[in-house]
Design a protein around this ligand. Sequence first.
Ligand code: CA
Ligand code: CA
Length: 458
Amino acid sequence: MTYFRLKTSQSFYMVAVFGALIALTASGCGKRGGGGGSGSSGSSGSSGSSGSGGSGSVTGSGYSAVLTGAIFDSTNNIYRLGSSNGCDGSSVDCTATAVSLAELAIGWTPQYSNIVGYWKLNGSGSIANGATISATIGPDGTASNSNGTGMAYTTGKLTDSIVFDGTDDRITIPKQAGNSFGTTSAFSMQAWIYPTSTQKGTILADGQNGGSWTGHWINWGTSWSPNSVIAVSITDNGGNTFMVHSSDTLALNQWHHIIVSYSGSNSPSGVAIYLNGKRSGVTLATGTSSSLPGSTVNALDWAIGGESNGAASQLFLGRIDDVALWNVALTSTEVASFYMGQFQKRVGTIVSEPSDSSNTGTIWDSLSWVSRLPFGKELPDYNGSIQNETSTNYSSLSTNTLMTGIIGLWHFDETSSGTAPGSKDFRDHSGQDIHGSAGCYCCYLRSDRSVCFCGHAS
Ligand SMILES: [Ca+2]
Ligand SMILES: [Ca+2]
């Protein structure tokens, strides 16, 4: 049911032009344009592909585009533009395969030279008490697994990760000059976490010692309201603490990208928590300070998965991967780069571009859906008078002038030639009776009620 429409309005004329572009570009055959008839701004030629998920416009600073057929793929947790398999239903190869995620590397990683610790946590097999956990940057860690069970390398977000049993597993990392921070020291950390329990547990810390506050502590927290948040605390050498936790929560049993950035402002406002590329709101924990009198902290060794010294507590239950520590505060733009560099990608011949639904970071925040007309249906035929669309058909339509000035409307619904009035090939439904004849060398009508052009002149 391809339609081409001519109106005296320049904007609607563009609809017909884009429909023709898509027809000729795709395969020479005019695919159904009902899914993409919108586009009065003429901003995107891709809107001509059909889709079953509706249509809309993406607008933002300096760009706009018309989307059609946006469908949520719950299996892969992505949005697709097009039909359910990510394509427009034409004969192209729609296969898309996952590609490896990117570990941090100098070629693409912002602030790579300011990384003071990077632990990829790659390996295989169980991890014995006292085993070395190799660092790519900074000091190696040492595994603590006194009961000899649980701690092991396993499937990761980036290659392998380490599973922590939440009982006694942690990795301790020596404190050095390069990774020692005071209350006014900027720093940032990254980790992918896969919590399997709401049990409160440390992601990375050089603080907390058997319950006594000290140093820096980044935690998978379930003791606040709401639960299942990321909590960050800094405690000075006088025992004064401020703690913030994210307003956004994280689900169990899936990977989450965490970046915590601290500006060194000696205040909770200097802490930024980014969850899956997006900065979360933060809440100052009840009973903690708004600033710290002391500039130094009684910092302990760093640790992943639990408090760093003393009796093992605040132990993480689940998997942790790709932990990095910077001596600078990462910006939101840099955080977006990390997330975009590491989130799942797919490659292949696809019409639509998949995007990770978890990517709700800054660069996607301006996405919005705007109802445009018409979509998903043929324009109404002349029936003794012009049959305008109304708000019954489209809620955003404020006037009934959609068809005003129409001088031609061809649906190309014919299934054989010579069936239009006057033994013509293509019926004009506008009421103007401008019925058309095939004038090309080999154009023909397809079984899906579209017309195929082979590109030869008649
Ligand atoms: Ca253990
Ligand atoms: Ca890894």
